[in-house]
Design a protein around this ligand. Structure first.
Ligand code: ATP
Ligand code: MG
Length: 210
């Protein structure tokens, strides 16, 4: 089987990190060689951009600046880490990817779809995840989970309506793309885990039979 690019998506506190740990375990069992990445971040420069985009500044960060920082970070990660890994037949497991920008900057910040499509084309070229698991959750639940962890960053402090628009965009895109599998993340951890494993099993089965 050629190396695959698998992405975990969802709002803050949806359970992405928890699902990543589950995928890692699954890959070990399947003897798949993989690397983990997270967005924004995953290279020294992209991690600096992550700090920049999450931090509070003495001025308001414009939606456009936020968008371009996200794509600058993604360009570093795609060019320097993701594509070389896939070339070496190493799988890539990502905590967020381009769909986050479509949902947060497109849905949340209401930046036009055409703008996002153009940037994606420049930065991703032909790269597209083979499988995305989208953990769908009401933002009030997710934010409460995230808040338990400590201080909220600049984006996490947005109004509820921002996250509601973000979630609506996630759902809209997930409904039109077969490679995105939606999991109800409001269920208890064991049930979410079972749903994630079911998605992985189906993906592996389909890929093996190809
Ligand atoms: N299904 C669940 N039910 C209840 N609590 C959960 C569930 N899944 C995860 N949690 C808990 O919610 C918190 C947030 O989960 P996690 O860190 O996996 O989310 P995340 O999507 O990675 O968040 P972030 O976007 O902030 O990185 C953790 O304390 C985790 O144990
Ligand atoms: Mg996380």
């Amino acid at each position: 089987m050629t190396a695959k690019f698998i992405v975990i998506e969802g709002l803050e506190g949806a359970g992405k990190s928890t699902a990543i740990a589950l995928c890692q375990n699954y890959f070990h069992q399947k003897k798949v060689s993989y690397i983990d990445v997270r967005e924004p971040g995953g290279t020294p420069l992209a991690e600096s951009l992550r700090d920049l985009v999450k931090a509070e500044h003495k001025e308001t960060m414009s939606a456009e600046a936020e968008l371009l920082i996200m794509y600058a970070a993604r360009a570093q990660l795609v060019t320097n880490i993701i594509l070389p890994a896939l070339d070496k037949n190493t799988w890539v497991l990502a905590d967020r990817h381009d769909l986050s920008s479509q949902a947060y900057q497109g849905g949340g910040r209401e930046i036009a779809d055409e703008t996002l499509t153009a940037l994606s084309k420049i930065v991703l070229k032909d790269l597209k995840p083979d499988l995305t698991i989208y953990l769908d959750l009401d933002p009030t639940i997710g934010l409460a989970r995230a808040a338990k962890r400590g201080e909220l960053d600049r984006i996490e402090q947005e109004h509820l309506s921002f996250f509601q628009r973000t979630r609506a965009k996630y759902l809209k895109i997930a409904n039109t793309d077969d490679s995105i599998k939606t999991v109800d993340a409001s269920q208890n951890i064991d049930t979410v885990h079972k749903s994630v494993i079911d998605v992985l099993d189906e993906f592996f089965q389909t890929e093996v039979n190809k």
